[in-house]
Design a protein. Structure first.
Lengths: 113, 113
């Protein structure tokens, strides 16, 4: 089955700096890669996703890159703000079965004011 | 986006008892899933809830322990049977619709004493 590894497990940055979280996956059949933000006591919320037919996607301060050959994808957050502090999860699945996701272990991001 | 509700939101149970968690979606969805999130950890898929038939369980999860029903397109239940303290977790319902976007319910926080 699919195996997703996520690094780092914790990340602390100063407000305004950039944050990068990286994930690798093992199953070459995976073609859908969402990122979720989970605040304390809340449900995971989709913040951005990328499909295997593109290499990069951007939404305001958030971007995701995908390297299918190397089987890794990354989340980039620029101009970080204290409200970006949360646990971020990457996931991998196939588009035809997107809900059957394998999640990374999560990254706890702390943005210091 | 789909609006998902779960009942109960939290419960404290005695070991050896069972708890049934309900998931209700406000619109017809293609797929429904149940995930578990143990304290401080990532999300693990328990099973896919199939309408009108037996659920499809992931490795490590069995029907006797986690019976699941899905009588229609908008409702599903997960029962945690013969509970032990190791079952203390957050249980999350998730859905996908016509697109591959996955939405999560608010979760049910279960504590087993």
């Amino acid at each position: 089955g699919e195996n997703v590894e996520q690094h780092p497990s914790t990340l602390s940055v100063q407000e305004g700096d950039s944050a990068v979280i990286k994930c690798t996956y093992s199953d070459s059949a995976s073609n859908y890669f969402p990122w979720y933000k989970q605040e304390l006591g809340k449900r995971p919320q989709l913040i951005i996703d990328i499909r295997s037919n593109v290499g990069e996607k951007k939404d305001q301060r958030i971007a995701v890159t995908l390297n299918k050959t190397a089987k890794h994808f990354s989340l980039h957050i620029t101009e970080t703000q204290p409200e970006d502090s949360a646990v971020y999860f990457c996931a991998a699945s196939t588009r035809t079965n997107a809900g059957k996701s394998t999640f990374g272990d999560g990254t706890t991001l702390t943005v210091k004011p | 986006s789909a609006v998902i509700s779960q009942k109960p939101s939290r419960d404290i149970c005695q070991r050896g008892t069972s708890l049934t968690i309900q998931c209700q979606v406000d619109s017809q969805v293609t797929m429904m899933f149940w995930y578990r999130q143990q304290p401080g950890q990532s999300l693990t898929l328990i099973a896919t809830a199939n309408q009108g038939s037996e659920a499809t369980y992931e490795s490590g999860f069995v029907i006797d322990k986690f019976p699941i029903s899905r009588p229609n397109l908008t409702f599903s239940t997960l029962t945690v049977s013969n509970m032990s303290p190791e079952d203390s977790s957050i249980y999350l319902c998730s859905v996908t619709g016509q697109t591959d976007t996955q939405y999560f319910g608010p979760g049910t926080r279960l504590t087993v004493l």
